[in-house]
Design a binder for this molecule. Sequence first.
Ligand SMILES: Cc1ncc(C[n+]2csc(CCOP(=O)(O)OP(=O)(O)O)c2C)c(N)n1
Length: 619
Amino acid sequence: MLEDINSPEDLKKLNIEEKNKLAQEIREYILQVVSENGGHLASNLGVVELTLAIHSVLDMPKDKVVWDVGHQSYVHKIITGRKEQFKTLRKLDGLSGFPKINESEYDSFNTGHSSTSISAALGMARARDLKGENNQVLAVIGDGALTGGMALEALNDAGFSKTKMTVILNDNEMSISKNIGGLNMFLSKLRTKKLYKKSNISLKKILTKIPVIGKPLVRIIQRIKRSIKQLIIPKMFFEDIGFTYLGPVDGHNIEQLENILKLSKELDKPVLVHVLTKKGKGYKIAEENPDKYHATAPFDIETGKPKKEKKADYSKIFGEKLVELANKNDKIVAVTASMRDGTGLTKFQQKFPERFFDIGIAEQHCLTMAAGMAKEGMIPVVPIYSSFYQRAYDQVIHDIAIQNLPVVMCVDRAGIVGADGETHQGTLDMAFFRLVPNLTIMAPKDFKELEDMLEFAINLNKPVVIRYPRGGEDNNIKFEKHPKIELGKVEILKEGNDISIIAIGNKVAKAIQLAENYKEDGINAEVINARFLKPLDEETIGKSIEKTGKVITIEDGTKINGLATAVKELIVDECLENVEMMEYAYPDEFIKHGTVEELEKIYCPCPNGKFLFGHERRK
Ligand SMILES: Cc1ncc(C[n+]2csc(CCOP(=O)(O)OP(=O)(O)O)c2C)c(N)n1
């Protein structure tokens, strides 16, 4: 079947039985490619039938679909002319794992971060109305993403606006881990209403008897349905805020899905279609462990085991140290925005369930809630991926920094993260956090320094940011010494007179290697582990630069407003004369997808591992 599908038009020619066969083939294809390339498996296996139904009923690219988070867009990509390219999924210059408007006209809007789809779709629907056009606009959002504030803000606006659009709620009861929260409790009431399902079936029967669905008739049906439903479902939230609620419908039954989508198309107002799916559907190992197979590294299909042994990573070290510290200090609490496993908090939850809070995919609420706890004497530790901290910037400023509250903000996945691409690269946090008064910002050179920094941060009684990368330590360098962390003080790793190499975080290992390279040419470099981006150890760094007259900065952040900028400011402010400077930092660009190693090479300005200065550089 799949062989003949090159566009949604080909799909439309198939009958339901053929579409079911196609669904099976697509599952196998996704499994094959993701097991080789890595990627988001379980979410995609769960939306195969839903995606086929959407493409059967809609007329894309005229009609628009916004995929929330976008990690579940593989099926959509496969049937919109990217079947062959799908083999290059997440590879450098290959297909992105997320929708990209530059990749295909079928991708209506870029996504990657959660809970944006309803806002974007509503914007598109309003633009359509202003232009006098009549295309369909759909947002496909998971029950996890629905816990994000933006999604609720958008529902509020869309329901009230009466704008014609459809929100498909893909409800699999899972975020990455089990979904949480009051909304989830509400959805579970909807899921179990058998009577309500029946009323849908009768609705379908009525509709199939009528060749052309007249709008007034649909409205009458709506009214009947509504009155039945109000009897059954107390406080029908979606309807009360202005949506017509259709469902729940079996998300693996293409025929039922097509029927309900056709009905939603006829309604001239905001509609929410509640679709029940199973995460990991069709691959037993993922069905049983949907959290583990939400996003996966390459694995063996037979056993489900990863192809490469997983080594210790910063998140794991962080989680273990936090448990150790929490054993001694009962003020420590851990808060996660739906990323318990990814941020290393699983053990903490097991050990201290009452001091662990998963608050949903809601980074803004997460930080302000943590601020509230800190205000009342707790020490909240909040690990969030760097790119998701972007969401909570004002909460960090307004609720934490201004009140100088002791929240320990752990920025996981800092720097280039690789295959997830531009929405997930963690390259901006140093730049945006450095602007904020009252923040202390640090980055460890290795695991042990992360442990020391975490302990230091917990005792600091001020807002602190600790940033660390995805994955593990740099295996080429083993640091023997770990002098005590002191606020705003560097660690001098090697003394020298010719060049000052100043690095931060996991790039400190690179600084050591660079110094070794220079040694071959008889150049004696001083190597400084900055430890703190803020407050910067201006005295020690200033003296070193004054001594050598040449400085190299290395960081896994942007050229703008990171370590390089801080050192430049120091040079100018202190009137250090005749200083030559080279910086190793990421350019003012969004960084594409590929492996971390490939991307470091592309975005690294030192081709042969050495930096040139002055006239040599100009040549
Ligand atoms: C702002 C933000 N925070 C966290 C994430 C990480 N994340 C990606 S998918 C996901 C769970 C999504 O659950 P749901 O919307 O129910 O979709 P499903 O995968 O279950 O289909 C999370 C937390 C993200 N993409 N964006």
